[in-house]
Design a protein around this ligand. Structure first.
Ligand code: SF4
Length: 341
């Protein structure tokens, strides 16, 4: 939209442009992606221990969540109860903006910048309302934000990059890679490995989970003698195949990551158009993995702001408070008209 190369990291420019548009605080959803990983890795390990509700399904793509609720409600117990990074961020801001920035809920309008219109649907889910008001007040797609920046006459290409605000703006490389298919699972494994073994994971790059052209990948991992198999899919066609395997008893995986868009959110329907050039999504994914490789912290549980958040406010991953704020529920929306495909 602004003549920059696909995959170029523009986060600092976006922070700056949002402030020019009038936003008082700018935080980063990569921060709450880190938060999601701590909750989801904890939930995954609990399920591995108990052997229940496996394989665990990732829950950060609302199109996938709605698909399951509508067409496969018998599989809802597999879904992680973790809210998406967008909704975790909103709950966290509602709870903690009074403490950290002296802003009460009445004076707070939470606007999320997201890759798709499915996120607008997510914000309207009844489970994500508090006292009759959606936790996320407004969702803008990246394309809509681009149009606003153009409309305001901001010289985006040359604007000086700025940092996000604290304490909800700091993120790890694991939070960054959520945007590419395979990124959520890779980020979760980086944290789960260290939770299980108590040892440092030296090589954090799980390259078998990456790539935007292959819409289904199965990766076998050895976590100090425990075999963990992860299936990573994008598109509902591939998700449907994975569900069939579970239903007919041939599935061999314990974690299923699903993104509705081919290649993940980098290719979301609200993103500047990449559909007439399939190389664009690959370049965007490379941009994310490049930033991940360059960041000083690459594991969600090592993000100092996340560590502080738990020690001061949320106790520990999976705590009562964390469950109240960061987890959600699902509803059977099957209307009886589904035909097996
Ligand atoms: S995969 Fe697509 S539909 Fe799902 S959250 Fe990402 S952009 Fe939205």
């Amino acid at each position: 939209m602004f003549g920059l190369e696909p995959g170029e990291n523009t986060i600092g420019k976006i922070n700056a442009a949002l402030r020019r548009l009038g936003f008082k605080f700018v935080f980063d959803t990569n921060f709450s992606a880190d938060l999601t990983i701590l909750e989801e890795a904890t939930e995954f390990l609990d399920r591995l221990k108990s052997g229940q509700n496996l394989p665990i399904f990732t829950s950060c793509c609302p199109a996938w969540v709605k698909y399951l609720e509508t067409l496969h409600p018998d599989m809802l117990h597999h879904l992680s109860t973790c809210k998406s990074p967008m909704s975790m961020m909103s709950s966290t801001l509602i709870d903690l903006m009074p403490k950290y920035h002296n802003v009460s809920r009445e004076n707070l309008t939470i606007v999320a910048i997201m890759p798709c219109t499915a996120k607008k649907y997510e914000a309207k889910r009844e489970q994500l309302y508090t006292n009759g008001r959606p936790d996320t007040d407004i969702v803008l797609t990246t394309k809509e934000l681009g149009a606003m920046i153009k409309g305001a006459g901001i010289d985006f290409k040359n604007i000086e990059p700025e940092q996000a605000d604290t304490p909800f703006g700091e993120y790890s490389g694991a939070g960054t890679i959520f945007g590419a298919s395979g990124g959520v699972a890779e980020a979760a494994v980086r944290t789960a490995y260290e939770y299980v073994t108590g040892e440092e994971l030296k090589d954090v790059d799980i390259k078998e989970m990456r790539g935007t052209s292959n819409r289904s990948k199965t990766v076998e991992l050895d976590i100090k003698g425990t075999k963990v198999v992860v299936r990573v899919v994008s598109t509902m066609v591939e998700a449907e195949k994975a569900l069939k395997e579970i239903k007919n008893g041939t599935a061999n995986f314990q974690m299923l990551e699903v993104m509705a868009c081919p290649g993940g959110c980098i290719n979301g329907g609200g993103q500047p158009n990449s559909h007439n050039d399939s190389s664009i999504k690959g370049k965007r994914a490379c941009g994310l993995y490049k930033e991940d490789a360059e960041l000083p912290v690459r594991k969600s549980h090592m993000n100092p702001s996340i560590q502080k958040l738990y020690s001061q406010d949320f106790e520990h991953p999976g705590s009562h408070k964390a469950h109240e704020l960061l987890h959600t529920s699902y509803r059977n929306k099957y209307n009886g008209s589904y035909r097996d495909i």
